[in-house]
Design a protein around this ligand. Structure first.
Ligand code: FAD
Length: 511
């Protein structure tokens, strides 16, 4: 039997001992060990990973000696892929992480805007969540004195988040699991437990030298991020409008907008921040909020050239952009800060088994935003929900996936999962939510986190983190200009740092 009851982050209450890290680090030092070690105790080898056995494994949560080890392809080495790799290894699986970039970090790797680029980070971006809230559950995002921090502020710049993610990968020795500069081009399901992963590797030095190869896995975990494929607002007449259109995905610095009139569609995180930044150099900035009443036309306090407007009604060949109240401006640029689409270009499942479809940003069918019922648990998606705190969420999802793959947790039957999916759609419809918000967890992310935590016997998200998230979210709405510099949640900060003491500065012997 594997030492599951002790020292594993996903067992019992979240353990605040270094035992968790010690056992993990011990495994981490022998990357292949997880599988071989595991085989002494299982009756099923990774090369035969039968669904039937998974289903027959009994109810979840209990300590059984019949856990299976799978060879799992993880697509992407951003926060989600790294969390997945870590949890898969902890559970005794062998993970291979495919990453087309040259390092870990995903969208937090800043890159110049270019065709086909992955990152949506712009040069000045600072986090919209306080670092204490953002971090992984047992690896606090702190700027301790003497650490390699590049921005110690509470809402740091993007470089600091990248530093943190890379430190996470080093700390848990995940680099060795990643195949860099390797882009997955196709995932083909042969049977629900046999997945063919095809990839193209581009060696950095020889540039164009590419080779396609394929390899078989027992399961696939998709962690490719969803802030790369732009969604743009549909504006009547825009095709014959002479100005320039772009999406926040390609926005980097304000300078190109000097003295221009810019219409920014979207007033959420990116729209709000980018509007303010561009207002520093542009002639006029008109920030459009789809939800604002038609008559909206107000200058934002503190700015002589930044206006909040109602939705755009149409664009005209003479360069005008007309708002819903009938007023118009002659604009040079329309900048869409209208979010992104889910995109899985490598999934060739559709043609084969009709397993999955993406329609109006709803990925169907997906049990709890993670599993495709027909092939669960062998195809899983980590990190799809939005309006959430991503890192803790991907951690908990990963834990759940790893345990479902080993058989430690048993999923409901395919029919039951499908019923749940249907019930959720009805619920969304009754609430009047549009289909494209299927994976939006704005109002219930913590219920979802708690549910996941309960599934895998994890302590889950701390109460201070929930309260701090709510406080920060409110503050962001009330004081969008200053919420990154001023706050009043000192009692929560104190609780957070009390909790963090367990994890900060572990003695070197624990590595
Ligand atoms: C502008 C912006 C601001 C944000 N601000 C915050 C914030 O303040 N706080 C916060 O917590 N979150 C923020 N987020 C959310 C952010 O997306 C998450 O923090 C987190 O980075 C998501 O990680 P991920 O691993 O799911 O995706 P990503 O970071 O996008 O990683 C996906 C990885 O998959 C790789 N990949 C994709 N396709 C393939 C393929 N076919 N083959 C191989 N590799 C592939 C990519 O190269 C990439 O490395 C922000 C996001 C954006 C876009």
């Amino acid at each position: 039997m594997r030492g599951r009851k002790k020292g594993r982050g996903c067992d019992g209450k979240r353990k605040k001992t270094y035992g968790t890290k010690r056992s993990e680090a011990a495994m981490a030092m022998r990357p292949c060990d997880a599988t071989s070690h595991h085989h002494h105790h299982t009756t099923t080898s990774s090369s035969s990973f039968p669904m039937a056995a998974a289903a027959a494994a009994g109810s979840g949560g209990s300590d059984r000696g019949m856990l299976r080890s799978a060879r799992v392809a993880v697509i992407g080495a951003g926060a989600a892929g790294l969390a997945a790799a870590r949890e898969l290894r902890r559970e005794g699986h062998a993970a291979v992480v495919f990453e087309r970039a040259g390092d870990v970090g995903g969208t937090w790797i800043y890159e110049e805007a270019r065709e086909g680029g992955h990152s949506s980070m712009y040069a000045s971006l600072r986090t919209n969540l306080p670092r204490e809230v953002m971090g992984f559950l047992d690896f606090p995002f702190v700027a301790t004195p003497g650490s390699s921090s590049v921005d110690a502020r509470r809402f740091p710049r993007h470089e600091e988040v990248l530093r943190y993610i890379q430190e996470f990968a080093r700390r848990f020795d995940l680099y060795g699991l990643v195949r860099f500069r390797t882009e997955v081009t196709a995932v083909v399901v042969t049977t629900s437990t046999r997945w063919l992963v095809r990839w193209r590797s581009t060696t950095s030095t020889s540039g164009e030298q590419e080779q396609e190869e394929e390899e078989e896995f027992d399961a696939v975990v998709v962690c490719n991020g969803h802030y790369t494929e732009p969604r743009v607002a549909d504006i009547p007449g825009v095709d014959s409008w002479p100005g320039k259109q772009m999406h926040s995905h390609s926005y980097r610095v304000p300078e190109p907008f000097r003295d221009e009139v810019v219409v920014i569609i979207g007033a959420k995180n990116s729209g709000g921040d980018i509007s303010r930044e561009i207002a520093g150099v542009a002639k006029e900035v008109h920030m459009v909020n789809r939800a604002s009443p038609a008559s909206t036309c107000e200058r934002l306090p503190g700015y002589h050239n930044l206006w909040l407007r109602s939705m755009v009604e149409r664009a005209e060949p003479d360069g005008s952009v007309v708002f819903r109240d009938g007023s118009s401006v002659r604009a040079h640029v329309i900048l869409h800060c209208t979010g992104y689409k889910y995109s899985f270009p490598f999934l060739l499942l559709q043609q084969q088994l009709q397993l999955l479809q993406v329609d109006d940003n709803r990925i169907h069918p997906l049990y709890k935003h993670v599993f495709v019922p027909q092939v669960a648990p062998n195809l899983a998606f980590i990190g799809l929900p939005f309006k959430v705190i991503p890192f803790p969420l991907v951690e908990l999802q990963s834990c759940w996936v790893a345990a479902a793959l080993s058989g430690r947790i048993r999923l409901p039957s395919e029919e039951e999962m499908m019923e749940e999916v249907g019930a959720r759609y009805s619920e969304l419809q009754a609430m009047g939510w549009p289909q494209r918000h299927t994976h939006c967890l704005k109002h219930n992310q913590f219920d979802y986190d708690d549910w996941l935590a309960e599934q895998c016997g994890h302590g889950g998200v701390e109460e201070w983190r929930k309260a701090m998230y709510d406080a920060a979210s409110n503050k962001k709405v009330q004081c969008p200009e200053t919420y990154r510099e001023e706050w009043d949640d000192h009692h929560l900060l104190e609780q957070a740092y009390n909790d963090f003491q367990t994890y900060i500065n572990p003695p070197a012997t624990h590595y």
